[in-house]
Design a protein around this ligand. Structure first.
Ligand code: 13P
Length: 263
């Protein structure tokens, strides 16, 4: 079964960008585009993941948009609750600030910040226990792909979290497949390769939970307006996690439009 009836998601991961004034302008431009030509919430869910200190100001800016745009945290602490953990932001503190979504397991966190599987399990568990929806990122390196290990690596990353997600909590998981070699490089996986991996992911998750059949599977890695239509046409690609192109309101809007139009 394909996932083509799933409402798509388009989420902008701003990473460690931009400066405050530019962020404000970016949101204003996006709101204006959505006002001039609305994208129905039922056609595409839209989210923005700003830097942590801007979560609340961006959320406030987004409140005056003519449709719901979710504010998404880029990361969450491995520690739950509150306490003496300098520099950390827990899932409960995000929830307390009305943040409902969080990215976990982005390859940049895995590579530069030591987010190993055991740490990611703690983050996923804390986020789910606090009632957040987790956008869990998976993806293989170029070397792993060239060695024919891509599917195995990605399925293992999914199996890694299976021990901490209970039967109901799978409803609160979205998977983002982001091949590392496609992130920020301008190289996108071909729609056929991306679809093939998404079908593999859907099959793998469906063996763990029946929710796998209806779970949103996002693609990430150099998504731009020029390739969004083709990616959106793939039955198991239910949205995009957008880096660079989300820093331009028009590009991001067009990507959301591409997914809204094809589903
Ligand atoms: P780019 O769209 O810049 O390749 O980044 C993708 C990404 O990592 C989104 O999380």
């Amino acid at each position: 079964m394909s996932g083509s009836t799933i409402t798509p998601w388009v989420v902008g991961n701003w990473k460690m960008n931009p400066m405050q004034a530019d962020a404000k302008q970016l949101v204003q431009n996006l709101k204006k585009l959505l006002q001039d030509q609305e994208i129905a919430e039922s056609a595409c869910q839209i989210g923005i993941a700003p830097i942590s200190i801007a979560l609340q100001s961006i959320q406030a800016e987004l409140q005056s948009a003519n449709r719901h745009i979710a504010t998404v945290a880029q990361d969450v602490s491995r520690i739950a609750g509150t306490g003496a953990y300098t520099g950390e932001v827990s899932a409960e503190l995000l929830k307390d600030s009305q943040i409902e979504f969080v990215l976990v397991g982005h390859s940049e966190r895995r590579e530069f910040f030591g987010d190993a599987p055991n740490i990611l399990n703690e983050k996923v568990q804390n986020a789910l226990n606090a009632g957040l929806t987790v956008i869990y990122c998976v993806g293989e390196s170029l070397e792993q792909r060239e060695n024919g290990q891509a599917e195995q690596v990605v399925l293992q990353q999914i199996c890694d979290i299976a021990s901490v997600v209970n039967a109901q909590q799978w409803e609160k998981i979205v998977i983002a497949y982001e091949p590392i070699w496609a992130i920020g490089t301008g190289k996108t996986a071909s729609p056929a390769d991306a679809q093939a991996m998404h079908a593999t992911i859907r099959e793998g998750i469906s063996q763990i939970t029946p929710i796998g059949q209806t779970m949103a599977l996002l693609y990430g890695g150099s998504v731009k307006p020029e390739n969004a239509v083709e990616l959106a046409a793939c039955p198991d690609i239910n949205g995009a996690l957008v880096g660079g192109a989300s820093l331009n309101a028009e590009s991001f809007y067009k990507i959301a439009q591409a997914f809204a139009n094809t589903k």
